[in-house]
Design a binder for this molecule. Sequence first.
Ligand code: UDP
Length: 323
Amino acid sequence: MRVVVTGGAGFLGSHLCDALVARGDEVWCVDDLSTSGPGNLGHLRDEPRFRFVAGDISESLRIPCPVDAVAHLASPASPPDYHSRPLHTLAAGSRGTENALRLAGRYQARFLLASTSEVYGDPLVHPQPEDDWGHVNPVGPRSVYDEAKRFAEALTMAFRRSEGTDTGIVRIFNTYGPRMRPYDGRVVSSFIRQALRNEPLTVYGDGSQTRSFCYVDDLVRGLVAMLDSDEPGPFNFGNPDERTVDELAHLVIEATGTASGIRRLPLPVDDPTRRCPVIDRAREHLGWSPKITLGEGLRHTVEWFRSRPPDDGGPETPHDDGF
Ligand code: UDP
């Protein structure tokens, strides 16, 4: 297959590019590198079945040949990233999704939307099944991401219904693993970075809020299965092993052997109190479920963070160079 991966230089996107190239697909990665660096793709530089196109998909998305599938992952995804780039986030979810859908429609290609657990907002139903319609503050600071993804889902379904586009939607819950940016502000990357520097782990609020963390390899296996299917979804993709943020902090302390303690900081506005996916649909329709335990996944991730050069620890500045 020839597959376009928007956001293919990012954390999830680069792992998806790897999995597709490894099984023999031709991959066109499109990314504006606004919240990622080309470093995630350096190992694919000499791979003949891999192409990199630098560009903002909310402006245009042109590929000079027919394609079989479009995996649309491009968007700022960590809370600090979408808070600092609110208009860019809304544009990626709206115009960017439309451009990606039009590309898929032109070639009768499979279209995969990487949506998010954020469509459930601060959920009233727990754990979250796909038919929970969500509890989102439309004017809160998180709305730029939540509503962009909700709009992207609506647009995807409209293309499916009115244009006959072969679409699939997955809602991705918290995912972690190698290639997370140390300063992306997410909880796993922040805790590991802090632990490895023997700095206190910054727990927001009382640490009783929960998340369910899925290791990246499990997640990518699901994305590939969804690309290969003709299932419309939406399917929740995540690991139902729900943990409090406090518990996660202690697991990271244990996995790193750090001398760090805990520092409590205020809870961000509209921070969801609970998150846990019901994954019965993905299990039934795709035969997918996560396999890697949180302990094992954290060990791999810590190992990767340890292997980074010492000067890799600074806040990353946006890149606008391709390679
Ligand atoms: N969090 C925390 N300390 C940090 C970063 C995040 O306690 O240094 C908390 C955050 O308030 C949230 C949870 O960890 O309750 C997950 O945050 P993250 O930004 O990773 O993802 P999201 O909120 O989008 O699920």
